[in-house]
Design a protein around this ligand. Structure first.
Ligand SMILES: Nc1ncnc2c1ncn2[C@@H]1O[C@H](COP(=O)(O)O)[C@@H](OP(=O)(O)O)[C@H]1O
Ligand SMILES: [Mg+2]
Ligand SMILES: [Mg+2]
Ligand SMILES: [Mg+2]
Length: 347
């Protein structure tokens, strides 16, 4: 049994280095936004972060595969955008020379594009495969909301370790106007931790745990900001049926998983808005393990475990429901009722 301690450390260093890059773009006027074929946005920061993270992973584990959200097609065609991204990547690598032994460097723009394209694994049920979302919540990133740099390792189709940087999440949830920027990390069976992004790379994280609630009347739930990503209307109806009285907390990205994992909220609902959309593995891999390791349960809207072994998408699942162990069953019952489906026999 491997402890995945090194994988956890490398993942943390990788998302930290990438988040320096994304944070600099977040605070800059130039976001270099391009619209993808599916009409969703991607920015120079998404490309830069994908290159930095894959460079780090492959420096430490050259034989591993990566499923990354982005590819370098646009950068190969468009020299101006390529140069902008290369400037960011070069700065991020140069600003952390002490990390070179662990996570390497990126030599030039050509290597940068090749690294981005190494995220082309088809995923699957065999071997070591990393799932990477260089910026999860790109719309939030552009709007000035939450976003996250998300990385997880899957072994034979099961998520076993990962790290997630959330540069805009308050370090202390009770002081939202205070310092921002945290990094979560986790290994299956070893718990989950959080620490400020400002802490040194070697600093120990603090263990996190979900609120161990059994009664939902005092619970709070979170959901996407984007109404197109999950059904706000159905989620409101479910919350009402469960006796949840607090307003939903709307937040972009897998920061939602991090928030409930550290007890800022209790339930994350993501009910599909379309019958055909397939959730992407990189939108859920690290978040799911963080919640489980903090004492929660994560399934799809029908109560089925999320199956990461099916390729780049969770094609056998619909939606996501994450909640504390003591209430997850009740939440699923309410979801099924709202969706008009009968519960699976195991529940
Ligand atoms: N119709 C849809 N249903 C569910 N998720 C969707 C969607 N269209 C896009 N997404 C995903 O929603 C993610 C953001 O989730 P959230 O709304 O929780 O912030 C996006 O990640 P990116 O921002 O990495 O592209 C994208 O992959
Ligand atoms: Mg995207
Ligand atoms: Mg995403
Ligand atoms: Mg993304």
């Amino acid at each position: 049994m491997t402890s995945y301690a090194r994988e956890r450390k490398i993942a943390e260093l990788a998302v930290r280095r990438a988040s320096l890059l994304t944070d600099s773009v977040y605070h800059s006027r130039v976001k270099g936004t391009v619209t993808k074929e599916d009409k969703s946005p991607v920015t120079i920061a998404d490309f830069g972060a994908q290159s930095v993270v894959i460079g780090a992973v492959l420096h430490a584990f050259p034989n591993d595969a990566v499923v990354g959200e982005e590819d370098a097609d646009v950068l190969r065609r468009d020299a101006a955008t390529r140069e902008l991204v290369w400037g960011l990547v070069n700065d991020a690598v140069k600003s952390s020379p002490e990390l070179e032994d662990d996570i390497g460097t990126v030599a030039d723009a050509e290597e940068m594009m090749n690294l981005i394209d190494r995220g082309n694994s088809e995923g699957g049920a065999k071997g070591r495969i990393w799932a990477l979302d260089p910026i999860d919540g790109t719309k939030g990133f552009l709007r000035g909301g939450q976003y996250a740099v998300c990385l997880a390792l899957m072994q034979d189709g099961e998520v076993v370790a990962g790290a997630m940087a959330c540069p805009n999440l308050p370090v202390d949830p009770s002081t939202p106007s205070g310092e921002r920027g945290v990094v979560f990390s986790t290994v299956k069976g070893a718990g989950a931790t959080v620490k400020p992004l400002s802490a040194s790379a070697d600093a120990e994280g603090s263990p996190i745990a979900m609120n161990a609630i059994t009664d939902l009347s005092d619970a709070s739930f979170c959901e996407s900001v984007e109404a197109g990503h999950s059904s706000h209307g159905q989620q409101a109806a479910i919350a009402k049926a469960l006796g949840i009285t607090k307003e939903s907390v709307r937040m972009d990205s897998q920061a939602k998983y991090g928030s409930i994992a550290r007890g800022d909220g209790d339930v994350y609902l993501r009910l599909p808005t379309s019958a055909t959309y397939q959730e992407k593995i990189w939108d859920h891999a690290v978040g799911k393990l963080l919640v489980e390791e903090a004492g929660g349960v994560v399934t799809d809207a029908h109560g089925k475990p999320l199956d990461f072994s099916k390729g780049r998408t969770l094609k056998d699942n619909k939606g996501v429901v994450a909640a504390a162990k003591g209430v997850h069953g009740k939440v699923i019952e309410a979801v099924m009722k709202e969706l008009g489906v009968s519960p699976v026999p195991s529940l």
